[in-house]
Design a protein around this ligand. Structure first.
Ligand SMILES: Cc1cc2nc3c(=O)[nH]c(=O)nc-3n(C[C@H](O)[C@H](O)[C@H](O)COP(=O)(O)O)c2cc1C
Length: 210
């Protein structure tokens, strides 16, 4: 498939049919994360593919418990937006497979040096965007595009990360590992609509300095 065909036509899919993608397809997708660029080529990541229904359900239950804990401490007015997030946070349990994206913590060499140079924390944050998280974003987009090329739909999800604490126990993560996204994959259900999310015009987001 031509790369622009995937970029132009990929869209988020949240409903899937019963097709179970093969482990070869899963490996092909994760291999495209492996090959992604990363800050100083650190490759500080790990990808856990899960078909198992019980494990997916256990993860989803951790997410629901985390949302419920937060909701129980909010007044009625603040509850509504959180309920909306909650509603978009656990459908991954119905996806034929998911990939849990795990970032491995490593201290940033440059941030350490800037600290030694007496630069304040807030300034360091502006000078040093989170390179490891940015690298993960690139790896994730590679996976979404590869899935599209294999005829699979996908959804990149951050809302479930609210239940990180419980999910990390299910997945036996080490102390220096942190879940940053869950990706849901599957062949798009036959009744998925053709509608695309509206995108801003190029002029709105672009500037060219000649
Ligand atoms: C960082 C990130 C987090 C997202 N988190 C969620 C999520 O938790 N739940 C969900 O249903 N969709 C999630 N999405 C999907 C977006 O809603 C979707 O990409 C956006 O509406 C644009 O639609 P498109 O992907 O079809 O272009 C997320 C997307 C990104 C990039």
């Amino acid at each position: 498939m031509e790369i622009f065909e995937a970029i132009d036509n990929r869209k988020t899919i949240r409903k899937y049919d019963d097709y179970k993608p093969t482990t070869e397809e899963v490996k092909r997708i994760i291999n495209s994360a492996r090959l992604a660029p990363s800050a100083i080529n650190m490759q500080n990541w790990k990808f856990i593919a899960i078909y198992n229904k019980k494990v997916k359900e256990e993860l989803a239950n951790s997410v629901l418990a985390a949302y419920d804990r937060i909701l129980s401490n909010l007044n009625e007015e603040d509850k509504a937006p959180v309920e909306r997030y909650k509603g978009h946070s656990t459908f991954f349990k119905n996806a034929p497979f998911i990939i849990v994206c795990v970032e491995k913590f490593a201290p940033s060499f440059m941030s350490g040096v800037l600290e030694k140079a007496g630069i304040k924390d807030e300034e360091i944050k502006l000078m040093r965007p989170d390179s490891y998280l940015l690298s993960m974003g690139g790896a994730i987009e590679n996976m979404l595009l590869s899935a599209y090329a294999l005829g699979l739909g996908s959804c990149w999800m951050v809302a479930p990360v609210l239940g990180e604490d419980g999910m990390r126990k299910t997945l036996n993560l080490k102390e220096d590992e942190k879940i940053v996204s869950i990706l849901a994959f599957g062949r798009p259900a036959s009744d998925v609509s053709d509608k695309r999310s509206p995108k801003k015009e190029l002029d709105e987001i672009m500037e060219i300095i000649e």
